[in-house]
Write a protein that binds this ligand. Structure first.
Ligand code: DQA
Length: 147
């Protein structure tokens, strides 16, 4: 059983970028924490980060039927990308949208998510914990559906 952690643009700079907003943990540390969280349930975790919209879309496509769920922080593409939204709709794999910061406390342009309507749920503002909680929710969902 597998989960994918998918991260969008500029998240490769986590730990160095605007640490007052996004915290000091690096992306590798976040991935390690999620792995540790779901390992007891027999889950493996793969991760992919890209600064390019098309690469994120390609990764969504190839994940169809290969993972039980996707923890996805599309970063700024959240607010702009109809193409990413359509890719999520196309693959029929449960996706939980995660944002480290509370986007609703920030600039108005971050309040709208184009992808939220095609996701299972959304977790914002809980930092790294948001990724871990999303992973646990996907594990539970798969279990309740007999997967
Ligand atoms: C973010 C919030 C987005 O608005 C922003 O563009 C990011 C990070 C977050 O995790 O809080 O790059 O997705």
């Amino acid at each position: 059983m597998r989960l994918l952690i998918l991260n969008g643009p500029n998240l490769n700079l986590l730990g160095q970028r605007e640490t007052d907003v996004y915290g000091t943990a690096s992306l590798d540390e976040i991935v390690a924490q999620v792995k540790e969280t779901v390992q007891p349930f027999g889950y493996e975790v793969e991760d992919f980060q890209s600064n390019h919209e098309g690469e994120l879309i390609d990764r969504l496509h190839v994940s169809k039927g290969k993972v039980e769920g996707i923890i996805f922080n599309p970063a700024a593409y959240t607010h702009t990308s109809i193409a990413i939204r359509d890719a999520i709709s196309a693959i029929e794999t449960p996706v939980i949208e995660v944002h480290l910061s509370n986007v609703h406390k920030r600039e108005a342009f971050r309040h709208q998510s184009l992808i939220a309507p095609v996701c299972e749920g959304q977790i914002v503002g809980l930092g790294i914990q948001g990724y871990r909680l999303a992973a646990l929710a996907l594990v539970e969902k798969a279990k309740s559906e007999g997967r």
